[in-house]
Ligand binder design. Structure first.
Ligand SMILES: Nc1ncnc2c1ncn2[C@@H]1O[C@H](COP(=O)(O)OP(=O)(O)OP(=O)(O)O)[C@@H](O)[C@H]1O
Ligand SMILES: [Mg+2]
Length: 464
């Protein structure tokens, strides 16, 4: 499983790095200690042997004929406390030993052969007679340039071996403890990585199966904290989208049903009537036409939304007189305004000719003004103003209406958001307007104070 995968990999990675380092370190340390102990001892014996050979050459009158009588002097002069001192004859037989035991066998150790041939020999090995690990150094004793005997020092390496083994065992013990510690710590740290991954896997599997409430509950640090938070945010967003979708469907159905009910009602009324009352016919057909227009506008808005969602929303800009467009929109909504006995003050400044998609900008202004009328009390005043500002056209609609709560201000620009569920409208107007204005390189904004009024406006780059 995935859990074992990462954990194992991290563990193997950590352990192999540490093991290699420990092996390297131990290797260097052990070879250093080995050298210090064994070569050091060999060096001491060698120096002493060489000095003894020099001394005997200079001050002792050795001769092949009297050598047997001189071995006692040699022993007295050159013996060492930590090594057995041997005198060997030129035919390889032991003449004397500081330990008293004299073997009559011909001695044939490598150090003896080397001493005869090269003038000095060192050998480390096991003495077959005593089965002891020894170090032996031999040098020739000379008289008139001729070898008369060999001086040989044999030191037992057993105490050294014991010391060395203890050190080796200690070092290997330390190495193994470090490895064990690394293993425990690595396991702990790799759990810190694998635990959130395992939880994330489970949570995302749940989410994929449609459980939008699935969340990560563990508390993590660093990147995993961010990751689990983003995951939870994602779940939250999905939940919100799901809720929006359902609200949208019910909202759209509701909005479509109102004009359809009215059309159907009037259709039936006219059908059952005698078709002679011209006044009634006119009223009915008028309402049917108006409601159909409302339906068409709504379907247009929905289509815009689907284009917006698909990213195929396009604009075709061309220059047009702005004041004419504003006047047309005001006129278009005049009936609605009059029905609510509201006033519109148009504070237009200089004539401006922006290069923009007139049809789309009309849609935006229509929505802003429509909102201002919809969300204001009868009898109040709406002010429309626009002017040039730093190469931009700034357009604003100000009302004295219900206003928007501060905490909802950001959301009113998102799709389907309505502060009041029951208000007429789908909640697409501002989101689509925002998209239109941003496609023109401008910005749409809403400032509002609850129960005081709202300013909704946009900027449009003029490229003059
Ligand atoms: N001038 C305003 N005063 C108070 N609230 C407003 C104003 N303009 C917008 N709102 C709030 O913002 C919400 C979103 O506005 P938007 O124009 O996007 O949707 P709508 O008018 O409800 O529906 P649609 O425009 O799609 O018919 C509105 O439902 C309303 O709650
Ligand atoms: Mg609107």
């Amino acid at each position: 499983m995935a859990k074992m995968g990462i954990k194992k990999r991290l563990l193997i990675q950590n352990l192999s790095i540490i093991t290699l380092s420990i092996l390297l370190f131990l290797g260097i340390l052990i070879s250093g200690i080995y050298h210090y102990y064994y070569s050091g001892t060999a060096e001491i014996l060698k120096n002493h042997a060489e000095n003894s050979a020099q001394f005997s050459k200079r001050y002792m009158d050795l001769s092949p004929y009297t050598i047997r009588d001189q071995v006692q002097d040699i022993q007295t002069n050159f013996s060492l406390p930590q090594a057995e001192t041997q005198v060997i004859s030129t035919d390889g037989k032991m003449l004397s030993s500081s330990e008293g035991f004299i073997s009559h066998e011909r001695l044939d150790f490598p150090d003896i052969q080397d001493a005869f041939r090269k003038g000095e020999g060192t050998w480390m090995g096991t003495n077959p007679e005593t089965d002891e690990h020894v170090l032996a150094v031999s040098v020739p004793l000379e008289s008139d340039g001729k070898t008369v005997a060999l001086l040989r020092f044999v030191s037992s390496l057993e105490p050294l071996d014991d010391n060395f083994k203890t050190i080796l065992a200690t070092l290997i013990g330390i190495g193994l403890s470090i490895l064990l510690m690394v293993f425990v710590i690595s396991t702990f740290f790799s759990r810190m990585i694998t635990d959130p991954v395992v939880e994330l896997t489970r949570a995302s599997q749940k989410l994929a199966k449609g459980d939008l409430e699935a969340r990560m509950t563990g508390t993590y640090k660093d990147e995993f904290h961010t990751l689990s938070q983003s995951f939870n945010d994602m779940g939250q967003e999905l939940l919100k989208t799901e809720k929006l979708k359902n609200e949208f469907i019910s909202s759209v159905s509701h909005e479509l049903r109102t004009p359809l009910t009215s059309i159907k009602g009037w259709g039936e009324t006219l059908l059952t009537g005698d078709m002679k009352d011209e006044e009634e016919m006119k009223t009915g057909l008028n309402i049917i036409t108006n409601e159909t227009d409302r339906l068409i506008a709504m379907v247009e808005e929905l289509l815009d939304f689907s284009r917006y969602a698909k990213g195929t929303f396009e604009i075709s800009p061309h220059p047009f007189p702005f004041h004419r467009l504003v006047q047309e929109v005001v006129l278009q909504l005049d009936k609605k305004r009059l029905a609510r006995e509201m006033y519109i003050v148009l504070k237009n400044g200089e004539p401006i000719k922006p290069e923009a998609d007139e049809h789309r900008i009309r849609q935006v202004i229509l929505n802003l003004l429509d909102n201002a009328i919809k969300y204001s009390a009868p009898g109040s005043t709406i002010t429309i103003r626009y002017h040039r500002d730093h190469g931009n056209l700034v357009f604003e609609v100000e009302d004295e209406g219900v206003g928007i709560e501060k905490k909802h201000l950001q959301q009113v620009l998102t799709l389907f958001y309505k502060e009041n569920e029951k208000s007429e409208g789908v909640g697409l107007g501002l989101a689509i307007s925002k998209q239109i204005i941003e496609l023109h390189g401008g910005q749409l904004y809403v400032r509002s104070e609850k129960n005081v009024g709202t300013v909704a406006g946009f900027t449009l780059p003029l490229n003059e």
